[in-house]
Design a protein around this ligand. Structure first.
Ligand code: SAH
Ligand code: DHB
Ligand code: MG
Length: 246
């Protein structure tokens, strides 16, 4: 399910809204030359990430899934001079390409690339008190999405913004019979968000040069126990009816 018009429109929007960007162009060229998979966010999505981080006033950003550093450059550009970003990557080759791309972008002083499986790196970030993060971008292996969400919550504060890429997967997300581990990972993430109760979230279906997919956007609304724990059962029941503030 891909329509060539989606790419044509992306090209049009890029030509008008995203003026020549030699740093991002060089990042893509170096990533391609190194043989990395071309699965980074598209230019308009990268700009969306930058804008979300700017609007949120993010000073401390976490990314899971660095690849060649394309989205990391977009996000790190939103940081103030004393801002910091940590990005997690399992593949040494990807991390090496990203390091060079961030260096060329003049962002290496702000961005810390941590090599290793994210589920091993995240506990280290916690013990180093690297949180709370103002924005978390989840864009790694989908089957671990729910675990990453739990970590994002542990490392967050009220108001932290969580963005998740690839939540629609050509529409497969709505297929309850799917056995695709990526689809199951996204569905578990969405179940986790609805069970958790302290995130306010939405998701948008997107089309473009990367086909048909989607972005999820969430805001942490309260502090509490890790995702999945029913901390609400120990508290007085809320009055029924819609919450007042939403
Ligand atoms: N955010 C990037 C694209 C990331 S692609 C961009 O838009 O520019 C997903 C990346 O996640 C790949 O580089 C892959 O190696 C990495 N990844 C996969 N499993 C991982 C894991 N368990 N821990 C850390 N990174 C992982
Ligand atoms: C693909 C796209 C992504 O954005 C990603 O993070 C992983 C895989 C893909 O098109 O296969
Ligand atoms: Mg992605």
């Amino acid at each position: 399910m891909t329509d060539p018009t989606w790419t044509t429109v992306d090209e049009y929007l890029e030509s008008k809204l995203l003026p020549d960007d030699p740093v991002l162009t060089a990042c893509l060229e170096a990533s391609r030359a190194a043989g990395l998979p071309e699965i980074q966010v598209s230019p308009v999505q990268g700009r969306l990430l930058q804008l979300v981080a700017e609007v949120a006033g993010a000073r401390n950003i976490l990314e899971i899934g660095t690849l060649g550093g394309y989205s990391a450059i977009c996000l790190a550009r939103a940081l103030p001079p004393d801002g910091r970003m940590t990005t997690l990557e399992i593949e040494p080759k990807h991390a090496e390409v990203a390091r060079a791309n961030l260096e060329r972008a003049g962002l290496s002083a702000k961005v810390d690339i941590r090599l290793g499986p994210a589920l091993e790196t995240l506990p280290k970030l916690e013990s180093e008190h690297r949180g709370p993060f103002d924005l978390v971008f989840l864009d790694a292996d989908r089957p671990n999405n729910r675990a990453y969400l739990a970590w994002a919550l542990r490392l967050s504060r009220v108001g932290t913004v969580i963005v998740v890429d690839n939540v629609v997967r050509h529409g497969e997300v709505a297929d309850a019979a799917s056995r695709d581990p990526h689809v199951l990972g996204v569905r578990e993430l969405i179940d986790g968000i609805s069970a958790e109760g302290r995130l306010r979230a939405t998701a948008l279906q997107t089309v473009g040069r990367k086909g048909y997919d989607g972005f999820l956007l969430a805001r942490v609304e309260a502090t509490g126990s890790p995702a999945g724990a029913d901390h609400r059962s120990t508290r007085p029941k809320r009055p029924s009816g819609p919450a007042q503030d939403r």
